[in-house]
Design a protein around this ligand. Structure first.
Ligand SMILES: [Zn+2]
Length: 132
């Protein structure tokens, strides 16, 4: 039997255990039995952002999975496990990727009106061209 929350004028909110067939807009207060309005509670709703996934061109293709992104998180996780790939959150990715975290922090700094750093050429001293 589900629990219902009833709000009595005298006793405030109380939880009332009742069969669904007896659930009504007004239910007996758990203390005094007076008919009192039942609070309508919304069901838990969790948005699944997989539906909003796009590959950059507006498609649903996931290069990590080698297929279109499934509709549900469970289906995605099954496909990922079969493929041997692991999805990480943005925070997990940035924790493992210092360069990306720095670039994002700089972008936010500039977007917030911060001063741009002067351009400096990348250090290419470790690379040689044409030496085989
Ligand atoms: Zn009452």
């Amino acid at each position: 039997m589900p629990l219902y929350t009833v709000t009595c004028e005298t006793h405030g909110m109380s939880l009332v255990l009742a069969p669904m067939s007896e659930a009504d807009w007004f239910m007996a207060c758990g203390e005094c039995g007076r008919l009192s309005p039942r609070m309508v509670e919304s069901f838990q709703f969790q948005q699944d952002n997989l539906r909003l996934y796009t590959d950059g061109q507006g498609g649903r293709y996931s290069h990590a999975l080698g297929q279109d992104m499934p509709e549900s998180r469970q289906a995605r996780d099954r496909a990922a496990e079969a493929k041997g790939v692991e999805f990480v959150t943005k925070a997990e990715f940035l924790a493992d990727n210092r360069e990306a975290a720095d670039a994002l922090a700089y972008r936010e700094h500039v977007d917030a009106g911060g001063e741009r750093e002067p351009w400096k050429p990348a250090d290419t001293s470790g690379f040689t061209i044409g030496a085989a």
